[in-house]
Design a protein. Structure first.
Length: 157
């Protein structure tokens, strides 16, 4: 089974947005995927930000049941591919879980680039819409690489 974990800071904006968008993208093959999200510093049990929900609802994606979760060792071991939004998140996971480090990437690395996705929290709806467009572009342009890494990376510790 292919598996991908999207990671941001609090697991209420970018990572649930990426999880929802990617889940929608692989919908015809959803049974072949395990897709989730978590946060490096996430408070547990919070819903996605209202603007995250609004932006996804505009695309027909319902994340109203999402609740934030903090990254765990079990998640790091379970998922074949871990995609972060910022360099600091990538580095923190690679330091905290050195045996899992080879499967941690910035989302932008899926298209051969290396930049951070800005956190829209606290901004207006337009900032969330821009973040969703950016993430959607990365997921679409990087789809083949995501599929390959999600299937091929071994995650046993």
């Amino acid at each position: 089974m292919r598996s991908v974990l999207f990671v941001c800071a609090a697991n209420i904006c970018r990572s649930p947005m990426a999880m929802g968008l990617f889940s929608d993208q692989v919908l015809p093959d959803a049974g072949d995927w395990q897709i989730a999200s978590a946060g490096v510093f996430a408070p547990v049990g919070y819903p996605a930000a209202q603007n995250t929900l609004a932006v996804l609802n505009q695309r027909g994606i319902d994340l109203s049941q999402h609740r934030s979760s903090q990254i765990t060792r079990e998640m790091m071991q379970t998922f074949n591919l871990i995609l972060t939004m910022e360099r600091g998140q990538k580095e923190a996971l690679q330091i905290a879980f050195p045996k899992q480090a080879p499967k941690v990437y910035l989302l932008t690395e899926m298209i051969g680039e290396y930049w951070e996705i800005v956190d829209p929290i606290g901004g207006p709806l337009v900032d969330f819409e821009e973040t969703a467009r950016e993430i959607q572009h990365l997921l679409t342009a990087g789809y083949e690489r995501i599929c390959s890494l999600a299937a091929d990376m071994a995650g046993d510790e």
